[in-house]
Ligand binder design. Structure first.
Ligand SMILES: NC(=O)c1ccc[n+]([C@@H]2O[C@H](COP(=O)([O-])OP(=O)(O)OC[C@H]3O[C@@H](n4cnc5c(N)ncnc54)[C@H](OP(=O)(O)O)[C@@H]3O)[C@@H](O)[C@H]2O)c1
Length: 421
């Protein structure tokens, strides 16, 4: 069991093994997993996020400055020499499509996992605390608010354990402009600051391969955080390292047409269906790769693009796989990409007069980006994407995934709130 302060101020006693017995307490403090005896000392200054958001368009950045928050400083040479059960891994974004699998993978590998979650989690906040606790069995669940540094720091202080590693699977659920900066940058930064102040010496970041060619706001937000993460690791005597994981396309982003095609609809693709390609990776394979990043020395201070097994696939090839599995004659609907440009042009124009339309224009750009840009390594000199240079990992193929969706449907593969990614 683990006692954790909620963002709302109360204390929640949660047993991962028996979440039905969740009880509100006020003063006891019980740990489910014995936390390693960890010698630490206090520093007088700490890493602190200091910036002022007036609005998205008027953003003023301030450097990281010292705060008076006491800082836990590890005196151990490396958490990597410890037994996994004695390594405390903080996971933020634990309730997402990937985060959920990452928590399970880390628990299966024997780490002591502290999963930060919202009291209402999942798409449109549909999961209660009990459902979240059931989903993340085996982890110590801490209900808190990653968007507020003070709340997150208080939650971790109340846990009263040091953190060795932070794993962030946080992402904006909408891809909207403000939300991307709030989550992909600010909240992720909060988890770095709070984790560092509890002694974390390694940070594993789930990013995206598409940040190589940043045309979208969420990509810029991610890149800004990546840069600050590297800066933190580059400080002299920081004793801090990172692994930045940049995956290609997820299965959920490619499965949206399976049931439609099964029902006799055509497979829709842009241009000739060869405008882009990717090496799709499953949630389980990606979670396994991310878990490797906790201990693997060869992943220290690395940016790690990663795809799934097999060849890169264009939308045309994905459609062909699907028709073959269904035993149907291919039936493609080819849509000119110019249609998207036209729609984005109108939305951009409207957004100039109606700021509320900014996000709609951004969603159009996200859709356009995924329709035309490959999720593969980009050669910055030639501007060409390379399937050969994009590493592969894992066992799950898109074909197996399509077969499963044809049999069982898309449960668990729902897209985010704007049904874009
Ligand atoms: N889709 C693709 O093909 C693809 C490919 C490569 C990379 N990626 C990248 O992979 C990343 C993760 O994707 P995913 O699909 O796993 O994300 P996801 O399912 O949308 O999960 C997002 C996580 O962030 C949390 N979060 C979002 N807004 C929050 C808020 N306001 N306060 C607290 N927590 C919040 C969510 O918590 P709640 O459950 O409480 O909402 C959830 O745990 C993204 O950065 C994406 O760019 C995606």
């Amino acid at each position: 069991m683990l006692l954790c302060s909620s963002a709302g101020g109360g204390f929640n006693l949660l047993s991962p093994a028996n979440t039905a017995n969740s009880t509100r307490l006020s003063s006891h403090f019980v740990h489910r997993n014995p936390v390693s005896s960890f010698s630490f000392s206090f520093r007088s200054s700490s890493l602190h996020l200091s910036e002022n958001f007036k609005s998205n368009r008027d953003r003023r950045w301030y450097p990281i400055v010292a705060s008076s928050t006491p800082v836990i400083e590890s005196t151990q040479s490396s958490f990597r020499t410890k037994n996994p059960k004695d390594i405390n891994v903080l996971v933020v974004g634990s309730t997402g499509y990937i985060g959920n699998f990452v928590v399970k993978e880390l628990v299966n590998r024997g780490f002591n996992v502290i999963a930060i979650a919202r009291e209402k989690s999942g798409i449109r906040g549909r999961n209660s605390k009990e459902q979240t606790s059931n989903e993340l069995k085996g982890a110590n669940i801490c209900f808190s608010d990653v968007t507020r540094l003070d709340a997150l720091e208080k939650s971790l202080r109340d846990l009263d354990i040091p953190i060795d590693v932070v794993v962030s699977c946080l992402a904006s659920r909408t891809g909207g402009i403000k939300d991307s900066w709030k989550i992909d940058y600010e909240a992720t930064k909060n988890s770095l600051v709070a984790g560092r102040n509890r002694g974390a010496s390694h940070f594993v970041l789930l990013s995206a391969i598409c940040v190589q060619k940043p045309l979208l706001e969420f990509q810029r937000a991610k890149l800004k955080f990546e840069a600050e993460l590297k800066e933190e690791a580059g400080k002299e005597d920081s004793g801090f390292s990172y692994s930045i994981v940049r995956p290609t396309a997820f299965f959920k982003s490619l499965g949206g047409q399976v049931e439609l095609v099964k029902d006799g609809k055509p497979y829709v693709m842009f241009g000739d269906g060869k405008l882009c390609s990717c090496k799709p990776i499953s949630e389980q394979d990606l979670a396994s790769f991310i878990a490797d990043c906790v201990l693997s020395e060869d992943k220290i201070n690395q940016v790690l693009p990663i795809g799934g097994p097999g060849n890169a696939l264009t939308p045309l090839e994905q459609g062909e796989i699907l028709f073959r599995l269904l035993g149907k004659e291919p039936n493609f609907l080819k849509v000119p990409i110019g249609i998207m440009d036209f729609a984005i042009g109108i939305l951009d124009f409207l957004a100039k007069f109606f700021p509320a339309m900014e996000d709609a224009a951004e969603y159009g750009k996200i859709g356009r980006y995924y329709a035309a840009e490959s999720m593969l390594i980009l050669d910055p000199e030639t501007g060409e994407y390379s399937a050969e240079k994009t590493p592969s990992y894992g066992n799950d193929t898109l074909e197996d995934f399509f077969e499963r969706v044809l049999r069982e449907g898309m449960a668990g593969q729902e897209l985010g709130e704007q049904t874009i990614f």
